[in-house]
Design a protein around this ligand. Structure first.
Ligand code: PLP
Length: 406
């Protein structure tokens, strides 16, 4: 089947909840993917922040194949070594957690955190603490609980009523948060660096202030590190530079090396409130994925890898600053490590399309923010190539009058 036939089949039979790129990806190698025509694309999306180690990592493949030959699935009615070992490694790496709930996606990790927050209070007889505070431009997933904490009209409005008890304050506005963190609140969820919402970095005073307010008022603080965690920002956890810890942390995306897994890390207080029967999932903690995730976690925890992310991040920032100086349509450049947002003054769809044509994958974080999420193993040569392609695309797009440049 050629690319055209596959696209036609997809159009006819797949229920489209995503806008698709106009080509079919066939394989990946290193930092590149190849379409069915053999065209090569430098990947600065990484399967939406998943393929941190690029494509074809030998250690990932080895772990996956070894475990697949032993035991592919067993369910949570039984213990398996990969699950227990991964949980231990996550707890030890976290610096705050006591136990881990494993699931299949970021959204599920958030849903678990919502339920655990409520259970923490309901089991001790505090019936009124059911509300959860989240923030503007946050993204926590698309199921009805996580969606209630993801305040974007386009995502929410067609699906109301959502989970009751969601409250929203402006991101980085501690006073607004303080007013809503009241005696009815069981938890507050925040991304230390917002990915989908535009690559927005939490202010130091804001994140530290939230920690203090939640501690003073007996409210659980959840850091959603599904996108920004596991090395993406240059530290293993995005919250590390702030010097504060959460009570719960959600993870997913890169953890499974491309296979679906989510994790909700909980402190001892939360762990003590959860009993068998409170939550579950048939597929969660799949042995093959847990074995693979151990390799991924070990690799992403390496100081050398994290130093590489920081160094390449600074290099990418310089390159983006050069583009900003050249193209007036760029309003701001922001990010940390290897997650960067380039904000334009107009819809960026033509830029993404031009990048496809020129062999570069990029994605959106809102209509006007181009998001760059290269594999964490991306090197200077790849960044030079990406910056060169972006320069070309912006020149082309500006030339067509779709975005205004100098
Ligand atoms: C911060 C954050 N939380 C939760 C999610 C949902 O994760 P998933 O798509 O794996 O369900 C995402 C996905 O982009 C995310 O960025």
């Amino acid at each position: 089947m050629n690319g055209e036939d596959i696209l036609a089949l997809d159009e006819r039979y797949v229920l489209h909840t995503y806008a698709r790129a106009p080509f079919v990806v066939e394989r990946g190698q290193g930092l590149y993917v190849y379409d069915t025509d053999g065209k090569r694309y430098l990947d600065f999306v990484s399967g939406i922040a998943v393929n941190a180690l690029g494509y074809g990592d030998h250690d990932i493949l080895e772990a996956l194949q070894a475990q697949a030959g032993k035991l592919m699935h067993i369910s949570n009615l039984y213990c398996s070594a990969p699950q227990a070992q991964l949980a231990q490694q996550l707890v030890q790496a976290s610096g705050f957690a006591d136990k881990v709930f494993l699931c299949n996606s970021g959204t599920e990790a958030v849903e678990a955190a919502i339920k655990f927050s409520r259970k923490c209070y309901s089991q001790s007889g505090v019936a009124n603490r059911t509300e959860i505070l989240a923030f503007t431009d946050g993204f926590h997933g698309r199921t009805l609980g996580a969606l209630a904490l993801t305040p974007r009209a386009h995502y929410q409005d067609p699906f109301r009523p959502l989970m009751p008890g969601a409250k929203i304050a402006s991101f980085n506005d501690l006073d607004a948060a303080s007013k809503l963190l009241d005696e009815n609140t069981c938890a507050c969820i925040v991304e230390p660096l917002q990915g989908e919402g535009g690559v927005n970095i939490a202010d130091e005073q804001f994140l530290r202030g939230l920690r203090s307010l939640c501690s003073e008022r007996g409210i659980l603080l959840i850091f959603d590190e599904v996108q920004c965690g596991l090395g993406r920002t240059g530290t293993l956890w995005a919250h590390q530079p702030y010097g504060v810890s959460p009570d719960m942390m959600t993870l997913a995306k890169p953890l499974g090396g491309g296979l679906p897994i989510g994790a909700t890390l909980v402190n001892a207080q939360v762990a003590a409130a959860i009993q068998p029967g409170d939550h579950g999932s048939t597929f969660a903690a799949n042995p093959v994925i847990c074995a693979t995730a151990q390799v991924v976690l070990a690799k992403l925890s390496q100081p050398d890898l994290l130093a590489h992310v920081n160094a390449q991040g600074r290099y990418l920032e310089q390159k983006l600053n050069v583009l900003q100086a050249k193209f007036k349509s760029i309003k701001s450049v922001r990010g940390r490590g290897l997650i960067w947002g380039v904000e334009f003054d107009d819809d960026i769809a033509p830029i993404i399309a031009s990048a496809y044509a020129n062999g570069l994958l990029t994605c959106k974080a809102g209509a006007k923010v181009l998001r760059l999420l290269p594999p964490l193993v991306a090197d200077q040569q790849a960044i030079d190539e990406a910056a060169g392609i972006l320069d070309k695309c912006l020149t082309e797009v500006n030339g067509k009058g779709q975005c205004c440049g100098r």
